[in-house]
Design a protein around this ligand. Structure first.
Ligand code: PMV
Length: 323
């Protein structure tokens, strides 16, 4: 039977976290931690899912029931993506979807967005449907909103476009940036963050103090613009300073947990240009950038206080691996 394999990268938010949910800009990089998804056509009119990283890891449903009834949380992105595909294009055959990531879904590097991107891209490819990156983004973003209820879509943009992107909330603008190199160091707190809950906590703050929070986000816009120029000019020192200012804003929003703060301070004390949380906060990863002669000390310091994760930024976007 016909089959196709597609891969998509994970992501890290560089600057503009949370503000981007309010239609403001952020910078995001795709990372070389990739999700691989194989879609094959089968004779049974079923959606079958085999995904060792998800719960349940083996799942099936008749095509006629896709998107309805109980959808286990662990497979929601996959089933909703298929359901939206069916609504838009129909599905002439049963499918079996298998996924495999070369990174843990616990790290917060965007496994849900990457699997969504892969499934929709693979379905389009296997049925010969021509789709632009922007159209694919819209379908993936609909999936994210249907499952999580909130989100800017920055993660699916990273999965589709790859590289380093200037992204405005909801995909109003998606501009790939020309960045020579981005030697980011990453520390994992060991704590899984619940992004929708944290995003809602910020929205409570927004309701309570709209002028103040919008003021913080206006500074965030300036930080993103300055950081973008610094990245393009390969001025990593200025970029590090933007990371530090952004962290101050995020701490004001109440999303800097103790473990994040420990790792961020540790990186700065070891000589980093700057450090900040990446994403929703309260757990997951922090990112930092250091002068070449301090990289070893910063790595050691992260490893001492948490877990050092090795990533390469500017990774390639969604691509066909085999057919
Ligand atoms: O926690 P993550 O890595 O999924 O990132 C969330 C980033 C937010 O700006 C807080 C939300 C969003 O969708 O942009």
């Amino acid at each position: 039977m016909k089959r196709i394999t597609v891969s998509a990268p994970g992501k890290l938010m560089l600057l503009g976290d949370h503000a981007v949910v309010y239609q403001r800009p952020c910078l995001v990089t795709a990372v070389d931690q990739r999700m691989f998804v194989t879609v094959e056509l089968i004779n049974k009119p079923e959606f079958q899912l085999h995904a060792p990283d998800l719960l349940p890891d083996d799942y099936k449903k008749p095509l006629t029931q896709i998107g309805s009834g109980t959808i286990p949380k662990g497979v929601a992105y996959c089933e909703v993506a298929v359901s939206l595909f069916i609504q838009k294009f129909g599905l002439p055959s049963g499918i079996r979807v298998s996924s495999q990531a070369n990174f843990s879904s616990l790290l917060g590097l965007g496994s849900s967005s990457a699997i969504t991107v892969c499934i929709l891209k693979a379905l389009c490819s296997i049925f010969g449907i021509k789709i632009t990156n922007k159209e694919l983004f819209i379908l993936c973003y609909q999936t994210v909103l249907a499952v999580a209820g909130v989100g800017s879509g920055f993660d699916v943009a990273a999965g589709i476009y790859g590289g380093v992107i200037f992204f405005v909330g909801g995909g109003k603008e998606i501009t790939p940036l020309s960045v020579v190199s981005l030697p980011l160091l990453v520390g994992y707190t060991g704590i899984k963050a619940d992004t929708p809950t944290i995003v809602r906590s910020v929205s409570e703050k927004m309701k309570q103090f709209p002028k103040l929070i919008n003021g913080l986000f206006t500074v965030s816009d300036l930080v993103v613009t300055r950081g973008q120029n610094a990245l393009i000019e390969h001025d990593l020192q200025t970029f590090g300073e933007m990371m530090n200012i952004n962290e101050g804003l995020l701490a004001s929003l109440g999303v800097e947990s103790e473990q994040l703060s420990i790792l961020i301070q540790a990186a700065r004390m070891a000589g980093a240009y700057g450090a900040k949380l990446s994403g929703a906060g309260m757990g997951d990863c922090m990112i930092t950038i250091a002068p070449p002669d301090r990289v070893r000390q910063v790595k050691q310091s992260i490893a001492l206080h948490g877990r050092l994760i090795t990533v390469s930024c500017n990774a390639e976007g969604v691509k066909l691996e085999a057919q």
